[in-house]
Design a protein around this ligand. Structure first.
Ligand SMILES: Nc1ncnc2c1ncn2[C@@H]1O[C@H](COP(=O)(O)OP(=O)(O)OP(=O)(O)O)[C@@H](O)[C@H]1O
Ligand SMILES: [Mg+2]
Length: 323
C-alpha cells in the first residue's frame, strides 16, 4: 500500500502482502521505487487524487511478468493506493470476486477479439455505402461477411456471459452423466454425431454437487472440440467412473491429438488453432474455470497416458457428492 500526498509525493509504503507475508516476491524492487510506474497508469485531471481502479502489467527484474490491480482511494491527507498482485488476489479473495477479477483481465483479450470482426463490419459497410448501385454478387459477399462477423461477436458475448455467471447459479446434487447426456443431446441435435461412433460408459452412482447447466457446458466444449478435431468422423469415447472421492469423466477422440507446442497453451483464453469464424479459443478456458469453481480439475492427458491410437483425451475430475 502506498500513501500519497495531495502533491503526489510518496508519504509511506508498506510491502505487506494480502496474505500477511512480507515481500511476496523476493526478487521485486521495493514498492516505494515502483510508485512512479503506478502513478503513471492513473487517470484524471489530478490522477493521484482521483478515486479509481486500474491495472498494471510489468516485468520483474527476473523477467517474470506480473499483473496487478490498483485501487486508489482519496483520504483526508491525499490518497491511498493499494496494489494487489493478481496471483494473490485470485488466491486470497472469495471465489466470486476472484472470478470477476479474472474476467476483468480477460476484457483486454475480448476487446482485441471483438475489434477484428467489428473492423471488418465497418469496412464492409463503407464499401457497400460507397457503391451506389452494388451488384448482386457484391451484396451477397457483403452480407455473408457481415453474417460471419456478427456470429463471431455473438458467440464471444454469449460464452462470456456463461463465464461471468460461474458460481452464481443454483447448485444441486445430480448424476454427472445427466450433464454428459444433455451435452450429447445437443451435439446429436446439431447433426454433429452423424458420422461418429460413440462409445460410452456411464456410472449412475457418480454424483456431484454443482450447477448442471454449467457442468454440461464443460462437456459440450470438450465434445465439440473432439468432433471438430476428427473433422466430423471418427470414434468418440466418453467414460464416467468413480475414483476414490472423485468422479472422473474422460472424453477421448480419434483425431490427430495435440502437439507438444500447442499442449501448453490450450487452456489460455483466446488461444485457438481454428480459422476465423470457427473457433474463438475460449471453450477450454471457460471449461477450466467452471471445473475449478466446482472444486475440480480438467486436464489433457499426456500422450504416454493415452491409449495407443487415440487422439486427445481430456479428463474432468469433480468431487463426489457427500453420501
Ligand atoms: N480434442 C482435441 N484435439 C485436438 N486439439 C484440440 C482438442 N481440443 C482442443 N484442441 C486445441 O485447443 C485449442 C483451444 O480449444 P478451445 O476449445 O479453447 O477453443 P476453440 O475450440 O479453438 O474455440 P471455441 O471453443 O471458443 O469455439 C483448439 O483450437 C485446438 O487447437
Ligand atoms: Mg472449443
Amino acid at each position: 500500500m502506498l500513501m500519497l500526498s495531495s502533491q503526489g509525493r510518496v508519504l509511506g509504503a508498506s510491502d505487506e502482502s494480502a496474505a500477511g507475508a512480507k515481500n511476496p516476491r523476493a526478487e521485486d524492487v521495493p514498492l516505494r521505487e515502483r510508485a512512479g510506474h503506478y502513478i503513471g497508469l492513473l487517470k484524471g485531471i489530478v490522477p493521484w487524487l482521483t478515486t479509481q481502479q486500474a491495472e498494471s502489467v510489468r516485468s520483474l527484474p527476473s523477467g517474470v511478468v506480473v499483473r496487478e490491480r490498483l485501487h486508489l482511494r482519496r483520504t483526508a491527507w491525499g490518497s491511498c493506493l493499494t496494489v494487489v498482485d493478481h496471483h494473490e488476489w485470485v488466491h486470497a479473495v472469495d471465489p466470486q470476486t476472484a472470478r470477476l477479477a479474472a474476467l476483468g483481465f480477460m476484457i483486454a483479450g475480448v476487446c482485441h477479439e471483438v475489434t477484428n470482426p467489428l473492423t471488418s463490419l465497418h469496412s464492409i459497410v463503407q464499401i457497400l455505402r460507397a457503391d451506389k448501385s452494388p451488384s448482386r454478387e457484391l451484396l451477397d459477399k457483403g452480407l455473408d461477411n457481415i453474417a460471419v462477423n456478427v456470429k463471431r461477436i455473438l458467440d464471444i458475448s454469449r460464452r462470456l456471459v456463461t463465464f461471468a455467471r460461474v458460481g452464481d447459479e443454483p447448485r444441486e446434487r445430480f448424476a454427472v452423466d445427466e450433464a454428459v447426456t444433455e451435452a450429447l443431446y445437443v451435439l446429436r441435435h446439431e447433426g454433429l454425431l452423424e458420422h461418429v461412433e460413440l462409445r460410452r460408459r456411464t456410472d449412475d452412482a457418480a454424483l456431484v454437487v454443482g450447477n448442471i447447466g454449467q457442468t454440461r457446458e464443460i462437456f459440450l466444449n470438450l465434445l465439440v472440440n473432439a468432433v471438430q478435431a476428427m473433422q466430423g468422423r471418427g470414434t468418440l469415447e466418453v467414460e464416467t467412473r468413480r475414483t476414490g472421492a472423485q468422479v472422473e469423466v474422460r472424453v477421448g477422440d480419434s483425431g490427430p491429438g495435440v502437439s507438444e507446442a500447442i499442449r501448453k497453451r490450450i487452456f489460455e483464453p483466446f488461444f485457438t488453432t481454428k480459422g476465423a469464424g470457427q473457433g474463438t479459443g475460449i471453450g477450454l478456458a471457460i471449461s477450466k474455470e467452471i471445473a475449478l469453481d466446482h472444486g475440480g480439475t480438467i486436464e489433457l492427458q499426456a500422450p504416454a497416458d493415452a491409449e495407443p491410437g487415440t487422439g486427445a483425451v481430456f479428463c474432468v475430475r469433480l468431487p463426489q457428492a457427500p453420501a
